[in-house]
Design a protein around this ligand. Sequence first.
Ligand code: PMV
Length: 349
Amino acid sequence: MENSTHTQTKVKWQCPSNIAIVKYWGKKNIQIPCNSSLSITLSNSFTEVEAELSAKTEDVPVQLAYYFEGELSDLFGRKVVKFLENNIDSFPFLNDHALTIHSTNSFPHSAGIASSASAFGAIALAMLDLAYGFQNKEIDDNFYKEASNLARLGSGSACRSVFPSYSMWGKNSEIEGSSNQKAIEIKDIHPNFQEMRDAILIIEDEPKKVSSTIGHGLMNNHPYAEARFIQANKRTAELVEVLKTGDIERFIQISESEALTLHAMMMTSSEYYLLVKSGTITAIEKLMQFRLERVIPVCFTLDAGPNLHVLYPKKYQEQVEDFINNELTDTYKKVIFDHEGTGPQKLDI
Ligand code: PMV
């Protein structure tokens, strides 16, 4: 540790996962999205990362010991090493320090929650915090912008998790300040969409059959790709307006159509595949029927998997949660009740 004047060799960060309403699906080199996307940052579904520096003992570009839930994890550790090596200019202290990362998730492994978003969000925040320590810089607004850029380089959707509430990513000519490099927070949110609830129905808890990386790749030369990218950009811009005006009917349409369009892209790619299960379809049908009968603004979305995210405003929490706990139990194995959150936080050690 000689030659360093900073005092911070260990930091701990918590970063939530996010659920996209307008989906990012298709990317170009170095994690540049083919279209803009917009997501809700969650609260209870998060990753905690503790990053600690020590003296380097091996002659390697990046010396990392990565622990997930207390166990050495070579598989994810290799991804993190690649991320750190590719971005060594941002972390020059890794040239003469070894790094130990301890990572834990608040949600079960393979629960169908975007764990790479919360993991790379937390890793980017912790690593940048260490870098700021070496430069004697204070955490400010710029810190989160830089962290979002770095998180993107680990996992695209992670860049949105660095901001609270609603955030969007990807250059969109209709949205001021939007960028392919980092996400921005959408701040003008109508009360209808504040404290939005997300009940995550775990319909299957097996690891993903087809990775997001393969899925994104299949959008190259996809027959419907260009139309899809145009649609997603239009919807992102429209959703920013919807969030401002409180148009919940349109929110429901965009959310559900986006979920089905994402899966339609998978089903119509050259190597087609199907991730939804019978439980997913049954839960969707029951939810639509419930909405019709009870006139409650509840809707669904899907990530790249079979698990259903049920979205509803806080004021309908009781009715919707009764419905989930009583009418949908034969469709899922477990349910995680989550909600829109306040973003990442630095934790005391
Ligand atoms: O960040 P990635 O490469 O895991 O891609 C995530 C893509 C979706 O979760 C399906 C959609 C999104 O925008 O989060």
